[in-house]
Ligand binder design. Structure first.
Ligand SMILES: *Cc1c(COP(=O)(O)O)cnc(C)c1O
Length: 372
């Protein structure tokens, strides 16, 4: 008998996934972590106690599947958005999932798909093309201007040319920090309304709470635009990245479409309990966001004072540059215990706003690396 030849069956990996690596910033053990735009402040003792108690109560019912429609959480989110932005919504207009990344994947599952196109404008969030890829949606990327603003005429022309079923706009944009003026969002909404078959405009406000005074939220446009979805998250301003809770607000019919594509019971009872316990403390959180905003503005001023180019920021991070060898600067900071992000157009780096002590460590390290 011939020796059995070892059978090594091939994995039927989709061709477009061949050779790809999972997305994600390096998770390094470094004293000063300013690389993924987290809130630098852990939940307060009072919040931790309430979360622990809520989880204890939820644990007693874990033999049962959770509330599939999480109406309690949606009602709490309505209350939060009213306080945060002054926009009154109904619970049927809210949707949530394990991070706004999952919310946006739901959007692409419902409104993208083979033969359809999603559009965004670069530089922007690097996960957007991944949602398109994973839902077999075509991907078209337009451009932002040199100051990272979005030219309304270019956006309208791109939509007219490619007739997308989904447009993804981050405002404030990651990695640039740039927020969209209402006039630009309205121009995109109008162009999308003219796409035969329809087009959903997603405004990703992951950093919405950090917007500067006078910068509008797209939540204000929901009443008149049934093809608008505004995504938010508890991962950034809310300081709850580890809990994985994101959400969106939209017309009830749009939310109903997402309910079709979600997996059953996608939001665990523990997640719902944690989110609701944290939302009960949102007033405390909003005060903290105010101090992070001040810290951000001071960091922008400091960087400009040092002669760096700095993008205007409505977020909790700052994009600055430009460096002939940005990797060397990134590495120099890392060697001094400060991790930032090498992301965005060539020559630029992104730093998250930390505690005053963390930001001071960043400033000292940067002065050492590039001279002052
Ligand atoms: C961080 C971020 C998100 C939020 O991700 P979660 O899944 O909610 O943690 C969404 N959009 C942008 C642009 C982001 O930077």
């Amino acid at each position: 008998m011939p020796a059995e030849s070892p059978v090594r069956p091939a994995l039927p990996l989709r061709a477009e996934l061949a050779g790809l690596h999972p997305y994600g910033a390096p998770q390094l053990d470094v004293p000063v972590l300013l690389n993924v735009n987290e809130n630098p402040y852990p939940p307060s003792g009072a919040v931790v106690d309430d979360i622990a108690e809520a989880v204890r109560q939820a644990a007693g019912g874990l033999n049962r599947y959770p509330d599939r429609d999480f109406l309690g959480l949606r009602t709490d989110l309505v209350r939060y958005l009213l306080a945060e932005s002054g926009v009154a919504l109904a619970p049927e207009q809210l949707w949530a999932a394990n991070g706004s990344n999952e919310v946006m994947l739901h959007l692409l599952q419902a409104f993208g798909g083979p033969g359809r196109v999603a559009v965004s404008f670069a530089p922007t969030y690097s996960m957007y093309p991944e949602y398109a890829r994973d839902t077999a949606t075509g991907w078209v990327v337009g451009r932002r201007e040199h100051d990272f603003s979005l030219d309304a005429a270019h956006a309208v022309a791109t939509i007219a040319e490619h007739q997308p079923s989904v447009v993804l706009l981050a405002s404030p944009n990651n990695p640039t920090g740039t927020a969209l003026p209402t006039a630009t969002t309205l121009a995109v909404l109008d162009a999308a309304a003219q796409v035969p078959g329809g087009c959903v405009v997603v405004v990703d406000e992951a950093y919405g709470e950090f917007r500067r005074r006078g910068t509008p939220s797209a939540l204000e446009l929901l009443a008149d635009h049934p093809h608008l979805a505004v995504a938010r998250t508890m991962s950034k301003a809310f300081g709850l990245a580890g809990a994985r809770v994101g959400y969106l607000a939209a017309a009830p019919q749009l939310v109903d479409a997402l309910r079709v594509v979600r997996l059953p019971y996608h939001l665990s009872a523990v997640t719902q309990a944690v989110a609701r316990a944290a939302l009960a403390h949102s007033a405390e959180l909003m005060a903290q966001v105010g101090s992070l905003r001040d810290e951000r503005d001071a960091l922008v001023e400091w960087l400009r004072g040092r002669g760096h180019e700095v993008a205007d920021s409505d977020a909790n991070f700052v994009l600055f540059g430009r460096f002939a060898d940005r990797h060397a600067v990134w590495q120099g900071l890392l060697d001094r215990g400060v991790l930032i992000r090498e992301v965005g157009p060539e020559g630029w780096l992104r730093v998250s706003v930390g505690t005053p002590a963390e930001t001071a460590a960043f400033r000292a390290a940067l002065d050492q690396v590039v001279g002052s």
